[in-house]
Design a binder for this molecule. Structure first.
Ligand SMILES: [Zn+2]
Length: 246
């Protein structure tokens, strides 16, 4: 069966083979073995480089064994991303997001489409990588069942105004600071303003309708980093990468 796949990681194995982790639209994240794909001038190998969208043909021969990649052809090499260090880092964040949050072999076609859309927008001129990242991460978290909502405080039910709130990434609860003081809740929630929560809620549902300014983008990237640090082991924040949010 042919699988539209995004190559997430590709590691040379012995002289001439590769072990490839890829995100198939129909079958989810799989790891496959590609015999003879390690040569640099090799078209088969080029189609299995990380950050490439390819059509993979292969199969699992036995339950529990590595998928065998028989053939592969490039659909989009995303050359503009690979030739630009800054964009490569932004794209790499999506790779770590997908590898960190998706269990193996669970199909997530909408997350796949979202990831391809993210790489397309990173390849295009003019798009803000940071804003594209916020859209990708928020929409994908939403599709995976981790919606970010600007809910009323879970205790007093007051709808947050412009105040700072405490957001609990594991269940999406929000507490206002007054209730946080009274609740005796251990401080494992994330401090965030209601404005950022409302912005991200909108980005997750109707990205084309949001208006953005630099401060909102910066705070949103930081907040997403903190959420992902809770969910993905060893998550590297944007701060830790040699890229700027501008
Ligand atoms: Zn409250």
């Amino acid at each position: 069966m042919e699988q539209r796949s995004l190559i997430l990681r590709s590691v040379r194995y012995l002289e001439s083979d590769r072990v490839v982790t890829f995100f198939s639209r129909e079958e989810g994240v799989l790891t496959g073995f590609a015999r003879g794909a390690a040569g640099m001038s090799n078209r088969f190998g080029a189609s299995l480089e990380a950050l490439t969208l390819s059509l993979i043909v292969g199969r699992s021969h036995l339950e529990g064994t590595l998928y065998r990649i028989h053939k592969s052809a490039i659909l989009n090499p995303f050359s503009n991303i690979k030739s630009d260090l800054d964009r490569s880092y932004w794209a790499g964040m999506a790779v770590r997001f997908l590898m960190g949050l998706l269990p193996p072999a669970l199909p997530e076609p909408l997350v796949f489409d979202n990831a391809v859309h993210y790489l397309e927008s990173l390849s295009g001129a003019g798009a803000s990588p940071a804003l594209s990242w916020i859209r990708f991460a928020t929409c994908s978290l939403d599709l995976l069942g981790y919606q970010i909502r600007a809910d009323a405080c879970s205790v007093c039910r007051v709808i947050p105004g412009r105040k700072t709130l405490c957001y609990y990434p594991m269940d999406g609860r929000v507490l206002c600071t007054a209730c946080l003081g009274n609740s005796g809740e251990a401080e494992d929630g994330l401090r965030v303003t209601a404005e950022i929560l409302r912005f991200l809620e909108k980005v997750g549902r109707r990205p084309e309708t949001v208006e953005v300014d630099f401060s909102t983008v910066r705070q949103s990237v930081e907040f997403l980093d903190r959420i992902l640090s809770c969910r993905v082991r060893g998550w590297k924040t944007v701060d830790a990468l040699p890229i700027s949010i501008v």
